[in-house]
Design a protein around this ligand. Structure first.
Ligand code: PXL
Length: 280
């Protein structure tokens, strides 16, 4: 079988596991070639009290132009954390692959726990809305979905199930073909994902691990898009991605290392992830 190839477009943050430093090892361990286009170089992610930021926006277009000279195919493009002015450049790049049987997976990666990440303002949401509109598949958490659709964020994310369905429908209404609304807490100790494809809803629910860890959204997205590209069904891909995070958190707790800001120890969860992907 031809080896699959995923292009991921997001920042490279050196310290604090997230974005490219999570996507590359996860996608590679899935046996998929990972082409990483870094959009910025940061000393560490922005959940730390401060950071350095070297912008690479002006590299996106020349890199994309250069690739046109060479024969290549991406089975999927996975976009993650982007700065506001980069979103337009990324949209232009993605449009070039629209007719090429390349699945566009957009993780808005801009907000959590009811608020935008440090450094983002309302114009970021407007830009991200345009990228989400092009997506074959998008995976906002509840905060991102509320921001994208101008819906007030419910108290601590707790809301009746019908609210989640409405929000997922509204994200679909922006143009995304399939919406995976993640991080839903319908019951104590559980964490769910609601999928809406414009026709029907499906729901996955797994155990919620104690604590909160930076970068779990990026881990989830990297595992999810890997499983999808390998041909797993969407619900099985969600299950595998959820398992990957649960095991990463168990390892973190067992080793008393990593943690909230530094991210879960996903490295020790990779063997299980690989074997789940190999199962029929
Ligand atoms: O995990 C999302 C993410 C990615 N990259 C950078 C971030 C964040 C979240 O804060 O700051 C630079």
């Amino acid at each position: 079988m031809r080896q699959k190839r995923i292009l991921t477009i997001q920042d490279y943050s050196c310290l604090g596991r997230c974005s490219t430093t999570v996507a590359l090892p996860t996608i590679s361990c899935a046996g998929i070639e990972c082409v990483a286009l870094p959009t910025a170089l940061l000393s560490n992610h922005t959940d730390y009290p401060s950071w350095t930021f070297f912008d690479l926006t002006d590299q996106i277009k020349p890199i994309a132009e250069k690739w046109k000279e060479f024969d290549h195919h991406f089975d999927a493009i996975y976009t993650g954390y982007l700065s506001t002015k980069q979103v337009g450049e990324v949209i232009a790049l993605c449009k070039d692959y629209k007719e090429k049987d390349t699945l566009l997976f957009v993780d808005p990666a801009m907000a959590d726990w009811g608020k935008l990440y440090a450094g983002f303002g309302p114009e970021h949401v407007l830009e991200m809305r345009k990228l989400v509109a092009l997506a074959d598949l998008t995976k906002p958490n509840l905060t991102e979905a509320c921001l994208l659709t101008g819906t007030p964020y419910p108290n601590e994310g707790k809301a009746p199930f019908s609210f989640y369905e409405e929000v997922a429908k509204k994200v679909h209404g922006l143009g995304a073909k399939v919406v995976i609304l993640s991080g839903l807490s319908s019951k104590e100790g559980k964490l769910g994902c609601l999928v809406y494809d414009g026709k029907e809803f499906s729901f996955f629910e797994g155990d919620r691990e104690p604590g909160s860890y930076h970068g779990t959204g990026d881990l989830f997205s990297s595992a999810l898009i890997s499983a999808i590209v390998l041909g797993k069904t969407l619900l099985r891909s969600i299950e595998i991605a959820h398992r990957y995070i649960v095991t990463s958190i168990h390892e973190t707790l067992a080793h008393h290392q990593g943690g909230k800001i530094y991210g879960p120890m996903f490295e020790y969860a990779l063997p299980e992830f690989i074997s789940l992907l190999r199962e029929e």
